[in-house]
Design a protein around this ligand. Sequence first.
Ligand code: FO1
Length: 320
Amino acid sequence: MAIGSVVALAGGVGGAKLTKGLAEVLESDKLTVVVNTADDFEHLGLYICPDLDTVMYTLCDLNNVETGWGIKSESWNFLEALREIGGETWFSLGDRDLATHIHRTYRMNAKDKLSDITADFCAIMGTDVRILPMTDDPVRTMVDTEEGRIPFQEYFVRLGCSPKVLGFEFEGIQTAVFNPLASKSLKAQDLAAVIICPSNPYVSIAPILSLAGIRDQLRGIAAPIIAVSPIVDGQAIKGPAAKMMRELGYTPSAVSVAQEYKDITDGFVIDSKDAADAGKIEDIGQRVLVTDTIMTSLKVKKSLADNIMDFANEIKVGDN
Ligand code: FO1
């Protein structure tokens, strides 16, 4: 049976893994991935888009599974040479990955749009999945901490997420325009589901949902909107989401994540380890799917994607 089209909202690793599974179960022209760009930053004069690159490398089978970012079988000659001459090396740029940043920067300086550059990279590196930056305008996450306001990558990489978080500001979000191609994908006649990937709700998904108009557009669509919890058994599958939740005064749990999304979602996917939380999530008006969500192999990614599509279909049938 042909499944309709799907729009996935994604951050880095969790988003990349689930979109890999979705790409396996959907026809490639049916999947659009809208990626957070608020992690982007300028470093050593280069325009770096960590989440876009993680999704792109993963869908092109070029990703480095050990680090979760960058390119597989990478060499580090540039970084080593930079260290020797006293350059800034807190952000590790591999030799092959560097080519992506240099070429992107060159094209951005020539006034090409990030969406067009990303589309060209995807075609060359080998994926038909449509990977869209959430916006072509600059948005930058600033982390308000007990040590002051810190740009996201400095907080995340240089400081290893150690300062206590008080809140987040997405600089540029007020004037940034939601990618028109993403908006168009949400209007597709055959839209079968919108999937919020198991990415960090505060720094990966919140910037996308903070763009002007997107929440209203999501509330107006008939297709089910389904979020997948990035928190399993009180822990983030990867990254600082659980630490951030505690510091912001929330209990790190799938229930807390469901609360974040409940005004736009119809369904919520939790891991089998959190089965006991299903009732609490139903109580806040969500349909719940309990399944294995820890994507340790392509097989699990694919079966999670299959289960989510069946769940979307059930929600849709139930609505009629
Ligand atoms: N994350 C790290 O923890 N350390 C790094 O040195 C690092 C380098 C890096 C280079 C390119 C790239 O695309 C991503 C990179 N990341 C690195 C990951 C990235 O900064 C974060 O994982 C995301 O921004 C959070 O989603």
